[in-house]
Write a protein that binds this ligand. Structure first.
Ligand SMILES: [Zn+2]
Length: 189
């Protein structure tokens, strides 16, 4: 007998269910949710953020009388443990039309972006950032040339290597290896 048996992982959420079960929780009023927690762009694939587990859940019953949040586990499918969310089968009070939802979302986005515009103020550099920026500015052409010269021997070696012919017959179908290369003299000016 094993002491610890592996816990099953959360199941993929169904898009639609025929379950007659209804949660005891009061119906979720769409108008009471943040518009960004609802996605009605494709009504047949409507989803909302479950109030209990804060994850996106499909809405079932779009074409029937009662709309509900599909039964689901709280965590990510295949990763989290299979824990039933109490928000499963919760009824939805459809007190918002799709155009109303769209308008509310647009307003919320506009409101958020105007808030961000005023909140972003120029901040002073930290001493560390200041040092880095200054060091970068102080890179002189002489310094750059020294860096470049340090790399040249490696480049020359690579070019030399490329020029070596591989032993054996050339492959019949492959394109030939390019043998042209930039010469060091061609780079500086
Ligand atoms: Zn949930």
């Amino acid at each position: 007998m094993t002491i610890s048996s592996a816990m099953p992982t959360a199941k993929e959420r169904p898009r639609r269910t025929r379950s007659k079960r209804v949660s005891n929780l009061p119906p979720l009023k769409l108008s009471q949710l943040p518009p960004s927690h609802i996605d009605l762009r494709d009504p047949l694939k409507a989803v909302l953020v479950c109030e209990d587990c804060s994850t996106w859940c499909p809405i079932t019953g779009i074409n029937s009388k009662v709309q509900k949040v599909v039964p689901h586990h709280t965590g990510k499918a295949g990763v989290a443990d299979a824990v039933h969310c109490r928000g499963s089968n919760r009824r939805i009070d459809w007190d918002l039309t799709i155009p109303q939802w769209h308008q509310a979302l647009t307003d919320a986005i506009r409101e958020a972006s105007s808030r961000a515009a005023t909140a972003v103020l120029p901040t002073a550099f930290s001493p560390q950032t200041d040092r880095i920026l200054r060091a970068r500015k102080e890179r002189t052409p002489t310094g750059r040339l020294a860096d470049w010269n340090a790399v040249l021997p490696r480049m020359a070696a690579t070019d030399e290597h490329r020029r070596l012919a591989v032993a054996g017959a050339a492959p019949a179908e492959a394109r030939s290896v390019p043998t042209d290369h930039l010469t060091i003299g061609g780079l500086g000016s």
